[in-house]
Design a protein around this ligand. Structure first.
Ligand code: GRF
Length: 193
């Protein structure tokens, strides 16, 4: 399975995918890593590893993923032979040009038990509402924000004394196991629509 990765931040989930590949737990390779943020550590991780990387030109928009940029991104991923696109901490909403280029072939990881707490800083939302547990979800991406069919999810308890940082760190430990497992599931069922 040839993977493409889009990320805006640290890239610890991409690292977990690479580690699973190295450990022989995931039969895949990463063909291209793209970011909308030139300073994102995900690019440095990818470069250190000798992976092909690139910047997405979002035409000066702070949060929008302009249609022309999505068309360009789809073309670069297709030229690299990407079969499955993994969003790993990518902070822009993917829309039709990319969704149509990779139908049922875009995954995202989200730090909550969706449909609970979509959007940003979901671990903080869970903490603020006094929930007893939260978790993380890997799902197919559709036109919505953190909607789309769920592939795998796992609970993370909220402990007394948890802060936003301690909770997010515990969620990430689970994410790093869940994302490679979900990719493996999709790869094994890649004959499905
Ligand atoms: C993760 O918590 C993921 O669930 C969310 O963004 C964060 C990305 O972390 N979508 P990283 O860049 O993979 O370390």
């Amino acid at each position: 399975m040839v993977l493409g990765i889009l990320g805006s931040g640290s890239g610890s989930n991409m690292q977990a995918i690479l580690d699973a590949i190295d450990a022989g737990e995931l039969a895949a390779r990463i063909a291209l890593v793209l970011s909308d943020n030139p300073d994102a550590f995900i690019l440095e991780r990818a470069c250190r590893r000798g992976l092909a990387t690139g910047l997405i030109d979002c035409r000066g928009f702070r949060t929008k993923f302009p249609e022309a940029a999505q068309v360009e991104t789809a073309a670069r991923l297709q030229a690299a032979g990407v079969e499955l696109l993994c969003l790993a901490g990518f902070l822009r909403l993917v829309k039709r040009p990319l969704l149509e280029a990779f139908p049922q072939r875009i995954l995202n990881i989200h730090p909550s038990l969706l449909p609970a707490y979509p959007g940003l800083e979901s671990w903080r939302q869970a903490l603020d509402t006094g929930a007893a547990e939260t978790g993380c979800t890997v799902h197919f991406v559709d036109e919505g924000m953190d909607t789309g069919p769920i592939i795998l999810q796992e609970c993370v308890p909220i402990l007394p004394g948890d802060t936003a940082d301690s909770l997010h760190a515990r969620i990430q430990v689970v994410e790093h196991r869940l994302y490679p497992a979900a990719i493996r599931l999709v790869a094994h069922n890649s004959h499905l629509p």
